[in-house]
Write a protein of this length. Structure first.
Length: 139
């Protein structure tokens, strides 16, 4: 592995629609934030292009998600979402996510997701680009 693993940081304000009746951010909102940040990582850190994905029908698809909710964010928090490439295999790759809030001195949420490049509409997994394995392979 010759290059450092790419990451992307996204800033999000907690809105009413992110919270439950108690003003606490619900799990679906965190997953939406991770998804948005992971998409930016794909386009800006991994060299994917949304238009090309749509034209070729080749997409990164989430295979699994493991999320740990450690401390709640609440209405009005300003969040920092960081998603990083964690490892690259032949067909799968892994990303990790961490979410922090301004004024809270701890990580709120951690996640690890596995993904594969899938050719649609047949849902056939494809090998990851050779360039990815050369730059970031871990196994």
């Amino acid at each position: 592995m010759s290059d450092s693993l790419p990451s992307y940081t996204l800033h999000e304000d907690v809105m009413f629609y992110d919270t439950d009746l108690g003003g606490v951010v619900h799990n679906l909102a965190y997953l939406r934030m991770i998804e948005a940040c992971r998409t930016k990582l794909a386009t800006e850190g991994l060299g994917m292009d949304l238009k090309t994905m749509a034209e070729t029908n080749l997409y990164p698809v989430v295979l699994s998600s493991a999320v740990e909710y450690k401390f709640p964010a609440t209405l009005g928090h300003k969040l920092k979402v960081i998603v990083s490439l964690d490892s690259v295999e032949r067909v799968k790759f892994w990303v990790k996510a961490e979410i922090y809030a301004e004024g809270v001195d701890r990580v709120l949420v951690t996640a690890r997701q596995s993904l594969a490049m899938v050719q649609m509409p047949n849902a056939k997994p494809q090998r990851l680009p050779k360039e990815w394995r050369e730059r970031w392979a871990t196994s």
